[in-house]
Design a protein. Structure first.
Length: 184
């Protein structure tokens, strides 16, 4: 299944596509999606887990044992728990975040939605997320799922990527444009 975003063009995309295909065949897309969301939240909440995923010093065997122990704690479905083991055995634990993003995009497409990458300087509140979804739904003509990231380097504002469109209303970009205009 090739997508317009070229998901299979990346390593994480190939892993996410394989996981999605298995989940679809087993009719477990929602269960796997929920487990991946729990992992994404754990990456945000637990500094130790984030370091485990990011550290090149953690061996494949140690990562596999840590992931196996994490499964029951986060109530991961068996398919996702096995997938984590595959990532660890293949030395691809650092691909977990991009795999989660790619799986979200594949699941959204499967549901007939489109997905948008949103970067803000601070986390969005629920009412802001709802308003942004409504605006993007009007623009895209169908439901939109958001993949939000926080990047303090943009200083403020928002950057939205919806398909091939990019809306950059960040303060960093505005300051860069002003600096270029002042140089002449």
């Amino acid at each position: 299944m090739e997508t317009s975003g070229g998901i299979k063009a990346t390593l994480a995309g190939r892993y996410a596509s394989a996981l999605f295909d298995l989940a679809r065949d087993e009719r477990q897309i929602d269960a796997v999606g929920s487990s991946l969301e729990a992992l994404a939240q754990a990456l945000v909440d637990s500094k130790d887990f984030a370091e485990l995923v990011d550290s090149p010093l953690v061996s494949r065997d140690a990562a596999g044992k840590a992931f196996a122990a994490l499964g029951p704690q986060l109530s991961l479905d068996p398919l996702t728990a096995n997938f984590l083991g595959v990532l660890a055995r293949n030395g691809r634990k650092a691909e977990l975040r991009p795999v989660i993003r790619a799986f979200r995009r594949l699941a959204a497409e499967h549901r007939g939605e489109t997905s948008a990458d949103v970067i803000t300087a601070r986390p969005l509140k629920d009412d802001q997320i709802a308003a942004l979804k409504a605006q993007l739904r009007a623009r895209a003509g169908r439901d939109v799922t958001l993949d939000t990231q926080v990047d303090p380097d943009i200083l403020g504002g928002i950057v939205v990527k919806l398909g091939s469109q990019m809306i950059d209303a960040s303060i960093r970009t505005k300051l860069n444009r002003l600096a270029s205009a002042m140089k002449g």
